[in-house]
Write a protein that binds this ligand. Structure first.
Ligand code: BJW
Ligand code: ZN
Length: 254
């Protein structure tokens, strides 16, 4: 039996399935990953200058401009076959939950109602000083070019600067999201980890937690990212190819 058939067999027997996704699932929608050597965001940009609170303090216009540019990439992107496979599996009757590290909304736009965003979301804006949400007009969110410096708008309550509602390095994950993720992972039958390098903690600990709770972990990735447990199945390939194939193997209609 090949890995794909084995994964389909495990899923056929499973009830609770958790998808744990990373940048790789959105790559085929045109949103760059972080760490891919040629196409990743960090092949060209230094995360310490753009994705930390210190970077924002030092150069808020650079960081705000960077996130407006990324926001535009997300708004023009469409969910791909990988995202759609997840909602198709839920529609076919499995109990499916999605925990994502991604700050885009492509799972939601593919029809998943509840998505746990461990690293926040690009589409919400909050105050850097008082942390309250800030509502902005569409014209305040437009940008013309990559690398443009844009002074962030100000909070109407405390005059603090607007920042994206994402989790930067050395910031804590939203507590409710993290607790829900741990609960789901501890009680699932199968965790399907899609398109993540598995290096950023604490999110990266979730697959191991699932293994410790006796779940099977299926990885879908262009590279072998398995952790060395005999409860893992590695499906090599792109998310938009492998996930629909897995559903076909299971007999789920697209
Ligand atoms: C495909 C594909 C296709 C491609 N199909 N596959 C212990 C030791 C040292 C440091 C730490 C530690 N514990 C915590 C830390 C610090 C840090 C950390 O983990 N650092 C490590 C890198 C070492 N963690 C944190 O800072 C976290 N906070 C925290 O721990 O707070 C407590 C604390 C306080 C004070 C001090 C220290 C700790 C917060 C982490 C926040 C992460 N934020 C980012 C940016 C979000 C905003 C933004 O987007 O700008 O989140 S970083 C970035 O990485 C982003 C992602 O969600 C995250 C994970 O990346 P992901 O999704 O895995 O993408 P890639 O690019 O890495 O991988 C893509 C994968 O897809 C690859 O495997 C490809 O092969 C594959 N692929 N195309 C399928 N088509
Ligand atoms: Zn404020």
């Amino acid at each position: 039996m090949n890995h794909m058939q084995k994964a389909a067999e495990v899923l056929a027997e499973a009830r609770r399935i958790v998808f744990f996704t990373g940048a790789g699932i959105s790559a085929e929608s045109g949103i760059p990953t972080f760490r891919d050597k040629l196409t990743g965001l960090w092949a060209k940009h230094d995360p310490e200058r753009l994705e930390t609170a210190d970077a924002f303090r030092e150069n808020p216009a650079l960081v705000w401009g960077w996130y407006l540019w990324r926001r535009r990439q997300v708004t023009v992107a469409q969910p791909n076959a990988g995202h759609h496979s997840i909602s198709n599996l839920a529609d076919a009757g499995w109990d499916v939950s999605v925990i994502t590290q991604n700050i885009d909304d492509l799972h939601e736009r593919a029809g998943v109602d509840v998505v746990i965003h461990l690293h926040g979301t690009l589409l919400k804006v909050k105050c850097f000083a008082c942390h309250r949400p800030i509502a902005l007009e569409p014209e305040q969110l437009s940008i013309s070019t990559e690398g443009e410096l844009v002074e962030p708008p100000r909070c109407s309550r405390c005059n603090g600067r607007a920042r994206p509602g994402v989790v930067w390095f050395r910031e804590n994950l939203p507590e409710d999201a993290w607790l829900s993720a741990v609960r789901l992972v501890s009680t699932c039958d199968v965790l399907i980890s899609v398109g993540t390098s598995g290096v950023v903690r604490p999110a990266a600990d979730l697959p191991e937690m699932a293994i410790r709770a006796n779940a099977t972990v299926i990885h879908v990735n262009l590279e072998d990212v398995s952790l060395g447990s005999d409860r893992e199945i590695m499906l090599l390939g792109s998310a938009a190819q492998v996930l629909p194939e897995l559903l076909r193997c299971l007999g789920v209609r697209e």
